[in-house]
Ligand binder design. Structure first.
Ligand code: ZN
Length: 73
């Protein structure tokens, strides 16, 4: 538990987690969510999913201008 080998393994595990931004970087954009949309934001790209809330399949991220139009509806 206290060996240096375990510490090295933990470091690699943390790096692997950071290589999965799709799991750790999703936030919801409130104005788009209020429009009844999924509104997940992909932070690395700044894009927002404008598909209906709880849509099947993968998110489809669009640019900020398209997200603004959806939120304004
Ligand atoms: Zn989505």
């Amino acid at each position: 538990m206290n060996s240096s080998d375990q510490g090295a393994y933990d470091t690699r595990t943390a790096e692997n987690a950071q290589a999965r931004p799709d799991l750790n970087s999703l936030h919801v954009r409130e104005d788009v969510a209020r429009a009844g949309r999924c509104a997940n934001v992909h932070l690395p790209t700044g894009r927002t999913c404008t598909l209906p809330a709880r849509h099947p399949g993968s998110c489809q991220f669009v640019g900020p201008e398209d997200a603004e139009q959806v939120a304004a509806q």
